[in-house]
Design a protein around this ligand. Sequence first.
Ligand code: BEZ
Length: 212
Amino acid sequence: MATLRLGDTAPDFTAVTSEGTLNFYEYLGDSWGILFSHPADFTPVCTTELGTAAKFKDEFEKRNVKMIALSVDGAASHLEWIKDINETQHTEVNFPIIADVERKVSDLYDMIHPNADSTLTVRSVFIIDPDKKIKLTLTYPASTGRNFYELLRVIDSLQLTANHKVATPANWKNGEKVVVSPSIPTEEAKGIFTKGVEEIKPYLRLTPDPTS
Ligand code: BEZ
């Protein structure tokens, strides 16, 4: 199994999930996708993460992103765990959780890092664009829950920069000024970004978010 890198095609698979058997590509259709793994069912941090993900579903949907989670326990276990998640996190889990008992998807996506834990998946995140290319990966250890505001923020950046010749600076949030792509000379940038281009250095030019 090769390491998956940015720009690689996300491998397709068919898997049993908490919502029945599904094919990954068919599930995603023309949407963006976020595939994220969890070390195990009935664990505290994962319980809060899945509850949070469920509460963020509307925000992901607004961005045309479909979520799918993974844990190496079975579907029956997932269904019991979902009851606990719904009860304790005051939500309804509203996306599939892959039951990766045989570690097929975990292996395909290199989600088991043996020097961290030889059997459980780490907290991997893969963000996949509508062409099924991997646009972003994150890896957190079991002991650190992920920040779902950050996942929305990076999706906003990925979608903006896919369509405009800009990049997003440190700590950027949707609607804030963006950086003009280094490949565009300032004079040309002024013609493209009609809301204005602020040249701080020849290589550091800011412009208002072209979509806002
Ligand atoms: C958790 O989700 O709480 C967790 C899972 C595995 C190891 C440590 C924490």
